[in-house]
Design a binder for this molecule. Structure first.
Ligand SMILES: [Zn+2]
Length: 58
């Protein structure tokens, strides 16, 4: 379970955008660039190399 207070202090390491919790997928989505960060053992993994890029073919 991710606390809202934690979400408030998290920021995307790539663009510094805000983070939104995607509960059904257990991911954290950057509201600015759309990267999706995994959560492992309730710990947000805010690493660029771990992020899923938003759907695009390039
Ligand atoms: Zn971002």
């Amino acid at each position: 379970m991710i606390e809202k207070d934690l979400l408030d202090i998290l920021a995307c390491p790539v663009c510094r955008g805000g983070i939104r919790y995607d509960a059904p997928e257990e991911k954290l989505t950057c509201v600015s660039c759309g990267r999706r960060y995994p959560i492992r053992d309730d710990i947000p993994v805010m690493l660029e190399e771990e992020a899923e890029l938003p759907g695009r073919s390039t």
